[in-house]
Design a protein around this ligand. Structure first.
Ligand SMILES: [Zn+2]
Length: 124
């Protein structure tokens, strides 16, 4: 990779990283793209950078309403989803929940996804 191209990739990566790393609203790639529109970054680059960060363990991703959402909180946690505004919030998991994992003999457990559903405070 040429130095110039390398520099551009680093800048694009930094833009995407800065946009998502402190967010608690679980943005989609389109949300990130909308936020970065005035930087001239392309949607394909946003997708590429986001999925690279998932591969590297910097972000987690999950599907919600047919869209991939990105989550900078990679520690185990649950979500609360509002059925009216589609907002997603982080919820702590009880620590002993991992003691309750089922005792499968032939599988390897990779994680747990738990989503509480309801109506949020502002939609109530
Ligand atoms: Zn989350």
């Amino acid at each position: 990779m040429s130095q110039l191209k390398n520099k551009r990739v680093t800048r694009q990566r930094q833009l995407v990283y800065d946009c998502v790393i402190d967010r608690k609203d679980h943005p989609s790639a389109n949300d990130v793209f909308a936020d970065l529109q005035n930087t001239g970054i392309g949607i394909a680059t946003v997708y590429r950078q986001l999925s690279a960060m998932v591969d590297e363990g910097i972000l987690k991703s999950f599907e919600h309403s047919g869209k991939i959402r990105y989550d900078p909180l990679v520690a185990p946690h649950a979500h609360f989803v509002c059925s009216i505004c589609d907002g997603i919030w982080d919820v702590d998991l009880p620590e002993d929940i991992f003691l309750m994992s089922p005792d499968f003999s032939n599988v390897e457990i990779e994680g747990l996804e738990l989503t509480w559903k309801g109506v949020c405070e502002s939609c109530k």
